[in-house]
Design a binder for this molecule. Structure first.
Ligand SMILES: Cc1cc2nc3c(=O)[nH]c(=O)nc-3n(C[C@H](O)[C@H](O)[C@H](O)COP(=O)(O)OP(=O)(O)OC[C@H]3O[C@@H](n4cnc5c(N)ncnc54)[C@H](O)[C@@H]3O)c2cc1C
Length: 415
């Protein structure tokens, strides 16, 4: 009887596992690869902030998974995964139960609100495509309301945009919002004073973008402040409510827009597994990325706590980590199918790049530091190359080209 490899999630980890497995087991007969995901497309999240600012069209950062599966050996089924039974070796979905011989859990994570009061209900999450489009529409709506607003206090509140968390996502989004609000929108609303638009980036710790060195983070901080973005370090947010956000200091800042870019925790399906997990609900894995004591059950990406001896910490929740783990898992499943011993996973950090708006950035690649225009050009080249599919690469490149000559679109599209 044939064997079945089930991959849960078609994000960075799941999709890479499926594509790598194709290659790795091309000569092994009698093996089915089944990919399950609640949505029928793969999302390229590193460009989400550009969707919000209008530099890139939403459709251009997603790729239909069925389009890939048609040309390859894996089958895709759109399913919401509800639970995994490791003892019975099956997965419960919204439609059926699916058995497996090998399981790869790549369900990603969800937003971590750290129990902050009102955060889940009152702030904008920034993880999915609808999140990015919803936020864009909201920002445009704030400008529409502000231009007619007679009360100066309410107008200030409408034009104050607060981001919580100055990691890569928070910083990149803050700079894109700055471009959209302070460079484009104010020209369309000449009655509004550009100086009254506030972008506040609140960070609980004493530094921004922990993925890069202290020196580059310091340079990034200077650049953000130079653009007029108010970066508040050591400023944990402790609450959010109607029309305000509250800081640990006791200050309540009046705003209609709080964007939560502060953290990730495990997917609820992963969190519910009866195995060892960390405080974020991510499963602990062994050197082969298997969940002990279940050989053949792998977990990768944001769903996983994977100890890194070099960092002396768990690997961060990044696409880069998920992709390398996916390659290792595909390789080890192929070895196992051939009766060979599995090999341990080793993470090799390639570097990090952070875009700071048009023509600016900071980053490190292969130990070399970059900033300004070279960092930004590298950011664009690297992420363009990583997008799935030539069609999307061309479409995003054209979006950028058009953006270099014409201003961003400010239409608020709602259906
Ligand atoms: C705005 C943003 C910007 C980012 N920028 C970068 C960057 O510049 N560089 C970088 O390296 N990383 C970046 N990341 C992080 C990166 O996107 C994640 O680390 C990476 O996607 C993790 O891969 P994954 O496979 O674990 O999960 P994901 O890519 O999130 O994939 C999980 C998949 O599981 C599916 N799924 C979830 N739950 C269910 C369910 N119950 N049933 C069925 N399907 C389900 C989802 O639909 C999704 O397709 C960014 C993340 C965000 C949100």
């Amino acid at each position: 009887m044939g064997r079945r490899i089930v991959i849960l999630g078609a994000g960075f980890g799941g999709l890479t596992t499926a594509l790598e497995l194709e290659r790795a087991i091309s000569r092994v007969a009698g093996v089915d690869i089944l990919v399950l995901d609640a949505r029928n497309f793969h999302l390229f999240s590193p460009m989400l902030h550009e969707v919000t600012s209008g530099s890139v069209e939403p459709r251009h950062v997603v790729w239909p998974i069925r389009g890939l599966g048609r040309k390859t050996r894996f089958t895709f089924e759109r399913r919401q995964v509800r639970a995994i039974s490791l003892d019975r070796k099956n997965v419960t979905t919204d439609r059926d139960e699916i058995g497996y011989d090998y399981l790869v859990i790549a369900l990603g994570g969800t937003t971590n609100y750290y129990g902050v009061q009102g955060a889940a209900e009152r702030t904008f999450a920034f993880k999915s495509l609808p999140d990015a489009v919803r936020l864009r529409n909201h920002i445009l709506e704030m400008f529409e309301q502000a231009v007619d607003e007679k009360d100066p206090a309410r107008r200030r509140r409408l034009l104050t945009f607060v981001l919580v968390g100055a990691g890569c996502t928070g910083v990149e989004l803050a700079t894109e919002l700055h471009e959209l609000a302070r460079r484009t929108l104010v020209r369309h609303y000449p009655r509004l004073d550009a100086g009254k638009v506030r972008i506040v980036l609140a960070e609980a710790t004493g530094r921004i973008i922990p993925c890069v060195s202290e020196r580059l983070a310091g340079l990034g901080l200077e650049k953000l402040r130079g653009k007029g973005i108010e970066v508040r370090l050591h400023s944990p947010v402790v609450g959010a409510g109607p029309g305000f956000v509250e800081f640990h200091s006791g200050e309540a800042l009046a705003t209609e827009t709080v964007i939560w870019t502060a953290g990730v925790k495990a997917n609820p399906v992963v969190e519910a597994l009866p195995v060892e997990k960390d405080k974020l609900g991510r499963v602990l894995v062994n050197e082969h990325l298997e969940i002990p004591p279940f050989p053949g059950v792998f977990a990768i990406g944001d769903a996983t706590h994977c100890w890194d001896p070099r960092l002396q910490d768990a690997l961060p929740p990044t696409g880069q980590v998920a992709v390398q783990q996916a390659r290792s898992v595909a390789h080890n499943i192929a070895r196992d199918l051939r009766g060979q011993a599995k090999e341990p996973f080793t993470y090799r950090h390639r570097g990090d790049l952070v875009s700071l708006g048009v023509g600016d950035g900071v980053g490190e690649i292969a130990g070399l530091a970059f900033s300004g225009l070279p960092a930004w050009l590298l950011w664009r080249s690297v992420f363009l190359a990583k997008l799935v599919g030539w069609k999307n690469r061309i479409r995003v490149a054209l979006d950028w080209l058009v953006g270099a000559f014409f201003e961003r679109d400010v239409a608020k599209l709602e259906w």
